[in-house]
Design a protein around this ligand. Structure first.
Ligand code: ARG
Length: 474
């Protein structure tokens, strides 16, 4: 027998058709999950009496052997293997004989593939969460290491207001935290057992899905067979979660690429994380950052591919769904690798404090001056206008705000006084930003302390996910 479904076929299927419909090259990645599912399925079949205890033992032994082959990279794929499910069943029958033909009782590849994908995603989510937490810790360390460095914040890539560089790192930690929350929320939809719905309508055989769910560590059991074999929402959601995290990584990379420009020179990248030019001997390029930015673009395309794949499908299973894996795997793997790479690099990036602090313009204090006037009773709009005129005056006379005398300030408003000098100072400007979420040193220190505590808790979360006893509270 070449193909498990060949019974109703009168002629041999065309070789090109077999090649075209195959998915083994992609879904072989799911082998360990397929085997895990088969172990649970065998135990369940035995529990409900669809196979005998002896048959169970035989099948489990065979599966164990295949597991070993897979782990040692010795599992041979044949040209007639259509996908990972049929390849494993074929091998099982080779090893244990006809009793292997009982494994597929009350199971279809349509529910099997959803199970494999869900098991793969459960592991992937844990890896990704670990990667994000690790990166958060590294950003937090940077935040502490450079807690007293002042940099201009940018809006529209123009200097805006002075901030502590720690505040910048903390901003990314917040973004990553939301990424984690998104993954955990999507995990709920992954954590629903699909196995046991058959091809699309259930089975006449008395199976025990409750038991399957317990064996495979799922929190819930799917409730509609048609929905179960066609549902890929969970997969799209995880792909979207990956892309959102990648967007954040890409944004950070963009900052670093700009800060690494020769004209700017805010960061010093270790040689070992850069590459050179084949032609220009002087070049040291930030390719890692560019590639994460570039791969994020490719992955957005893959997500679009996934959504497009699903949009025209009638209920329930359609072979189009087979295409989901290569898109999903690429997205998940790109994120995983990017997290590993960035953690390595960020740990060793150095910031050029002198250069950063020298580059900041006194004009970034303009809002502080306007707020100084507001505190003296000037309506904000008017204060904005006054300071705007002062800035114009500075530009026309080639001066900065620090070089203006109080008398020059007074020409624009009588509310200016000697106490303005306290305002014309980057440190003071920062430390006055004590509003919730602001950049003052006291706020930043408080946040660093809070994150240290919160990130410790994250380790427990990973542990409970790994042990499979993670239950999301509503
Ligand atoms: N390889 C398929 C997939 O990835 C699963 C097999 C379903 N095939 C079928 N003829 N129903 O979706």
């Amino acid at each position: 027998m070449k193909y498990m479904w060949e019974g109703r076929f009168k002629e041999e299927v065309d070789r090109d058709i077999i090649e075209f419909t195959k998915s083994i090259d992609i879904d072989k990645k799911l082998a360990i999950y397929d085997l895990k599912g088969s172990i649970a399925h065998t135990k369940m079949l035995s529990k409900v009496g669809l196979i005998s205890k002896k048959e169970e033992e035989k099948i489990l032994k065979g599966i164990e052997k295949i597991e070993e082959e897979v782990k040692k990279d010795k599992f041979k794929i044949l040209s007639t293997d259509e996908d990972i499910h049929t390849a494993i069943e074929r091998r099982l029958i080779e090893i244990i004989g006809p009793v292997g033909e009982k494994l597929h009782t009350a199971r279809s590849r349509n529910d099997q593939i959803v199970l494999d994908e869900k098991l793969y995603l459960k592991d992937s989510i844990v890896n990704i969460l670990e990667g994000i937490i690790n990166l958060q810790r590294i950003f937090l360390k940077k935040s502490e290491e450079y807690h007293n460095v002042i940099i201009s914040a940018y809006t529209h890539l123009k200097q805006s207001q002075p901030i502590l560089i720690s505040h910048y790192f903390l901003a990314y930690i917040e973004k990553f935290e939301r990424d984690k929350e998104r993954f955990l929320s999507a995990y709920k939809r992954v954590d629903v057992l699909p196995l046991g719905v058959g091809a699309c309508s259930g089975t006449t055989l008395k199976i025990d899905r409750e038991y399957l769910s317990k064996l495979l560590n799922f929190s819930k059991i799917s409730r509609n067979s048609l929905d179960t074999v066609s549902d890929r929402d969970f997969l799209v959601e995880i792909a979207f979660c990956c892309i959102t995290t990648l967007l954040h990584l890409s944004n950070f990379c963009e900052d670093i690429i700009i800060w690494n420009m020769d004209e700017i020179n805010y960061v010093i990248l270790p040689d070992k994380f850069c590459t050179g030019s084949s032609l220009m001997p002087h070049k040291k390029n930030p390719d890692i950052f560019e590639l994460i930015r570039g791969k994020t673009g490719s992955c957005i395309g893959l997500l679009t591919g996934l959504l497009t794949l699903l949009k025209g499908l009638p209920l329930s299973y359609n072979r189009d769904l087979q295409e989901d894996k290569k898109l999903l795997f690429e997205i998940v793997e790109t994120l995983n690798f990017s997290l590993i790479i960035l953690s390595k690099v960020v740990k060793e990036i150095k910031f050029n404090k002198e250069r950063i602090e020298k580059s900041i313009s006194s004009f970034t204090l303009s809002t502080d001056i306007a707020e100084y006037l507001v505190k003296k009773g000037v309506p904000f709009r008017k204060a904005h206008r006054i300071v705007g005129q002062i800035i114009n005056y500075c530009i026309d006379n080639n001066k900065d705000l620090f070089s203006l005398s109080i008398d020059e300030f007074k020409k624009f408003s009588n509310f200016f006084d000697e106490d303005l000098l306290n305002i014309l100072n980057f440190y003071n400007s920062i430390n006055l930003k004590t509003s919730e979420g602001g950049t003052s040193l006291s706020n930043v220190k408080k946040e660093i302390k809070r994150w240290k505590k919160d990130l410790k808790k994250s380790s427990h979360l990973i542990l409970s996910l790994k042990e499979g006893n993670f239950i999301l509270k509503k």
